[in-house]
Ligand binder design. Structure first.
Ligand code: AP5
Length: 213
């Protein structure tokens, strides 16, 4: 099962990806998590990406496409994968088509989580993420079981550096200008399904599983 979770920053892609991993036993490929790991490891790619991420701008396509090319070639993607936060531009979507065609695979479904901008700021300002596995929680809407500790791997929960009001504004602008137009791209392919992402976490998960059944 080759899936894509699509939506604005804070729409709940990472949150729902964890439930898909549990159910289908396929890996999540989150370009944001891969970039953050590169920053922690102080790689050249990480250092280049950091400037863009801190400003809420998209990292250049060439960097992102290289990441995806390497990641899809890994053996754990053979039975399927969940793309989270990729693609974000038409050039990335076209590169993904090209790569998948070369690999002889196709996308089964693109699941778009629809959440209006007004709700995004509240979600992002209350978000806590795991430093080890990248899982997302929310102080009010999706709290962890033990305060400050990840439910999945016991990692420490922190506030992401780009989760501030100014950066969220830039990220939303980038989403509407460069990423949202891809909805038509996938709708034209007949693989797009849109879910109401404003429901609570469990209700969105249940709608998503019903869609994939
Ligand atoms: P990335 O890490 O991908 O961030 P993002 O797209 O901004 O998405 P988020 O991780 O913020 O949101 P999410 O949808 O996963 O929401 P979550 O589940 O955490 O990218 C960061 C940066 O990296 C980008 O700005 C860019 O610079 C760069 N980058 C990454 N990929 C790139 C690419 N392909 N091209 C170029 N640049 C790239 O949920 C959010 C909060 O809401 C949490 O607190 C959660 O608990 C809560 N929540 C979730 N669901 C619900 C619900 N149903 N009800 C109430 N609360 C909920």
């Amino acid at each position: 099962m080759n899936l894509m979770l699509f939506g604005a920053p804070g729409a709940g892609k990472g949150t729902q990806a964890k439930y898909l991993i549990e159910r289908y036993n396929i890996p999540q490929i989150a370009t944001g998590d891969i970039l953050r790991a590169a920053i922690v490891n102080k790689t050249a790619m990480g250092m280049e990406a950091k400037e863009y991420m801190d400003a809420g701008k998209l990292v250049p396509d060439s960097t992102i496409i290289g990441i995806i090319q390497d990641r899809l070639a890994q053996s754990d993607c053979k039975e399927g994968f969940i793309l989270d936060g990729f693609p974000r531009t038409l050039a990335q979507a076209q590169a993904l088509d090209f790569l998948m065609e070369k690999m002889g695979i196709k996308l089964d479904k693109v699941i778009s989580l629809n959440v209006p901008d007004e709700l995004i700021v509240g979600r992002i300002s209350g978000r806590r993420v795991c430093v080890k596995c990248g899982a997302s929680f929310h102080v009010e809407f999706n709290p962890e079981k033990v305060e400050g500790v990840c439910d999945y791997c016991d990692g420490e929960l922190i506030v992401r550096k780009d989760d501030n009001a100014q950066t969220v504004k830039s990220r939303l602008e980038a989403y509407h200008a460069q990423t949202a137009p891809l909805l038509d791209f996938y709708s034209d392919k007949g693989i797009l399904s849109t879910l109401d992402g404003t429901k609570d976490v469990a209700a969105v998960t249940s709608d998503m599983f019903a869609l994939l059944a």
